[in-house]
Design a protein around this ligand. Structure first.
Ligand SMILES: [Zn+2]
Ligand SMILES: [Zn+2]
Length: 90
């Protein structure tokens, strides 16, 4: 790690709050990806805190003449509630 590198400034993980981390500039040079490096353990920072789930995609109800949009997690419920007479083949 080149300490003259401006990216070697210690930062804090926004996700789990761990500090003494730096951006792994060498890793970025090699792979084009960024990862955090823990200067305490001399290991890449593996975040233990799970990230909040991505916002769910909105989907169209696939049933003809319905055309409603909803979160993809709600589609099954919607089909059961609104389209129960249409069969349950989805
Ligand atoms: Zn973290
Ligand atoms: Zn529908």
């Amino acid at each position: 790690m080149n300490l003259d590198n401006p990216l070697s400034k210690s930062i804090k993980c926004k996700n789990c709050g761990m500090d003494n981390l730096v951006w792994d500039y060498q890793f970025n040079t090699n792979t084009g990806k960024w990862r955090l490096w823990n200067t305490n353990t001399e290991m890449p920072h593996e975040c233990k805190t799970p990230k909040p789930p991505e916002p769910r995609k909105m989907v169209f109800c696939p049933r003809l003449f319905c055309g409603r949009t909803m979160k993809d997690t709600e589609l099954q419920n919607h089909l059961k509630k609104e389209h129960i007479d249409w069969g349950d083949y989805l």
